[in-house]
Design a protein around this ligand. Structure first.
Ligand SMILES: Cc1cc2nc3c(=O)[nH]c(=O)nc-3n(C[C@H](O)[C@H](O)[C@H](O)COP(=O)(O)OP(=O)(O)OC[C@H]3O[C@@H](n4cnc5c(N)ncnc54)[C@H](O)[C@@H]3O)c2cc1C
Length: 213
């Protein structure tokens, strides 16, 4: 059983992946359909979101996963959905991703821990502060609410008063989700919208006939 995330978005005991109950509900199929407009290989966050996006555009989709949905890296990462500190060329994509996460978090069948809890980079030295401050023009260019915090503001944010940190960089609109809940929930959403999700199905080769796979 999954314990729902707490207010800060963290969870304790979580359901690791697409569960046996999901399979019993028909979210995962065992037989391959005869045809599909698109076959997605891999049931991590990328494959699952690709399947979902394709279904939203009306294409028939089969997703083949060699193990279990969210059985690899996509259920083990830190869960950041972050603009702060990124290469500015990534920022348009990250802003779109934040909007997508917000929308999808409303559509899935459980709390996936999506929270705009903010991202904070703590700085212990003046050099670290200067490095973070150098990124601020990018934040301004994209209208992000990123701020440099003083030592006192950082302590207040963290609920401490030892002035260990010289300051911090903080972007209140950055978010996180709980990976081990989010990917299975998005897979269930894709399945509910008609995607065929086939687990324990490794793709070993691509057969091409008359230019088609
Ligand atoms: C320590 C760490 C922290 C991270 N923190 C963050 C973070 O905070 N925020 C963030 O956005 N990203 C983070 N990432 C990156 C993120 O985890 C990955 O970018 C993401 O999980 C990649 O997703 P994926 O679907 O491409 O890959 P995977 O999750 O690896 O999924 C690929 C799937 O394809 C399947 N597969 C492979 N070959 C076949 C085949 N031939 N047939 C069928 N199935 C196949 C695999 O079994 C697997 O399930 C972090 C990564 C690391 C290592």
């Amino acid at each position: 059983m999954a314990r729902q995330p707490s207010a800060d978005g963290r969870v304790g005991l979580v359901r690791a992946r697409f569960s046996r109950r999901d399979r019993a509900r028909g979210a995962s199929v065992t037989a391959l359909p005869r045809r599909a407009d698109v076959v997605v290989i891999g049931g991590g966050i990328v494959g699952v979101c690709a399947a979902l996006a394709l279904r939203e555009r009306g294409l028939s989709v089969t997703l083949c996963e060699k193990g279990r949905v969210a059985g690899e890296q996509s259920s083990r990462n830190w869960g950041w959905v972050r603009t702060q500190g990124r290469d500015p060329r990534e920022l348009p994509l990250m802003l779109a991703a934040l909007r997508d996460w917000e929308r999808l978090a409303q559509q899935v069948d459980c709390d996936i821990g999506f929270r705009r809890a903010g991202a904070t980079y703590l700085c212990e030295t003046e050099a670290q502060l200067a490095q973070r401050a150098a990124w601020m023009p990018h934040a301004r260019a994209f209208g992000l609410p990123t701020r440099m915090l003083s030592a006192a503001e950082t302590d207040a944010l963290l609920g401490r008063d030892d002035r260990r940190f010289k300051g911090a960089q903080h972007t209140a609109t950055d978010a996180m989700a709980e990976p081990s809940l989010a990917v299975p929930a998005l897979a269930r959403l894709a399945a509910a919208q008609g995607a065929q999700i086939v687990e324990t199905c490794a793709v070993r080769t691509l057969d091409r006939v008359a230019g088609r796979v």
